[in-house]
Design a protein around this ligand. Structure first.
Ligand SMILES: Nc1nc2c(ncn2[C@@H]2O[C@H](COP(=O)(O)OP(=O)(O)O)[C@@H](O)[C@H]2O)c(=O)[nH]1
Ligand SMILES: [Mg+2]
Length: 378
């Protein structure tokens, strides 16, 4: 017997595919070091969002190192609670050494992929002990050196003392990634001084450059700085889904059998959602997807999908028209692209901590879909 999809079936299908898609992304693991007050938590917050930073202190896994995870498990963070160099630093390094050693034999998603070493520019000093720590650290993982809380004026000028401090650190020839450079950042807008946020994109680029290939998709999903990378990843997903819809439709699908495209489209939507790294609860997303796929009855696709469901309803008419491969592909593309717009909107809400308005997302989906799909069923 053919499958009839109700909203809850669609929702359940989405939840399954979404869990798979998230697992497929793998995980990016980052360790963050620096003194208390250096701005580690603020940087993490700015790059990965408050949901991650809010979990703040996970249980310490070893002296001075806490571990916590992105709600979707695509990002693992080792946060040194802040320590002074010397004795405390040695203990942290020993702990890290153990973790790195233990994880070598494990899968790539268990390994530590990069470290940020964070120094507040206004410290204006970088001691021998810190340099020694960075050298040892870099023998374990690639180290990205971050100068934090650097004042940049609205016209782009950076405080010259910060530039001089960065040049000094670079002159020490530490084994930094990439190419011994120091990355200057300011992670919080300072309305009192007018200092702007900057450098997060460079920090992210440096982090991408050191991340192993297998962890990059997880990093794209987990970060919030570069939306373009998420859009690119999602566009690839849409292309792949559209190609399989085309293949499915090469033998023209009876209009009434169009429901066979639904699993392809749900899987696509689930992968896009995973690629955006949304922390919206899956149950809420499932409800949204379920109702979207059914209730967008006002749209061409909605009518089209609903009529494919009607086939199974008592007294349902079987329309004679067929869906060609091209129509199947363009319909799938339109759904995917409309869903990308919905994910972008949800990401903004996610980042700002406000809840998702399901009705609003439905409206947005319909509007975006209508822009992209104009083929009328016969
Ligand atoms: N203006 C500005 N303030 C920052 C920045 N980073 C951290 N701060 C402030 O410095 C303090 C310590 O930051 P925090 O992230 O908690 O440091 P952590 O101990 O290294 O985690 C907080 O009051 C932050 O608001 C930044 O980039 N710019
Ligand atoms: Mg902190």
């Amino acid at each position: 017997m053919a499958k009839d999809y109700g909203a809850s079936d669609l929702g359940r299908l989405f939840t399954e595919r979404h869990a798979e898609a998230v697992r497929d992304l793998g995980r990016f693991n980052l360790a963050v070091f620096g003194k208390t007050g250096a701005g580690k938590s603020t940087l993490i917050n700015a790059v990965f969002g408050r949901e991650v930073a809010a979990t703040g202190t996970g249980p310490p896994i070893t002296t001075g190192l806490n571990y916590y995870e992105h709600p979707e498990g695509i990002l693992g963070l080792f946060d040194s609670q802040g320590f002074e160099t010397g004795h405390g630093g040695d203990a942290v390094l020993r702990g890290l050494e153990q973790i790195v050693h233990d994880s070598r034999s494990q899968q790539v998603d268990r390994q530590i992929h990069a470290a940020w070493y964070v120094v507040r520019w206004s410290d204006r000093r970088f001691e021998d002990a810190q340099a020694a720590f960075v050298r040892k650290l870099s023998s374990l993982v690639p180290v990205i050196f971050v100068l934090s809380q650097v004042p940049m004026a609205a016209d782009g000028r950076i405080h010259h003392d910060a530039l001089a401090f960065a040049a000094y650190i670079e002159s020490l020839d530490l084994p930094l990634s990439p190419q011994n450079s120091v990355i200057l950042t300011n992670a919080l807008y300072d309305e009192f001084l007018g200092n702007v946020v900057f450098g997060l994109d460079r920090l992210l680029d440096a982090t991408f450059a050191t991340a192993p290939e297998a962890s990059r998709r997880a990093l794209v999903a987990a970060q919030l700085v570069d939306k373009e990378r998420k859009r690119q990843a999602s566009t690839q997903i849409v292309k792949a889904a559209s190609a399989s819809a085309l293949t499915t439709g090469l033998t023209p699908i009876p209009f009434s059998d169009a429901a066979i495209l639904v699993p392809i489209q749900i899987a696509m939507i689930a992968r896009i959602t995973a690629a955006y790294g949304l922390t919206v609860p899956s149950s809420k997303l499932a409800a949204l997807v379920g109702s979207l796929m059914l209730s967008s009855g006002a749209t061409t696709a909605g009518r089209w999908m609903v009529s494919s469901l009607l086939r199974f309803a008592p007294g349902g008419q079987i329309p004679a028209a067929v869906i060609s491969g091209t129509v199947a592909a363009s319909l799938t593309t339109a759904i995917g692209k409309a869903w990308i717009e919905v994910c972008e909107r949800m990401l903004e809400r996610d980042a700002s901590g406000s809840p998702i308005d399901v009705n609003l997302m439905q409206q947005l989906f319909r509007a975006e879909f209508k822009k992209r799909f104009t083929v009328k069923p016969a």
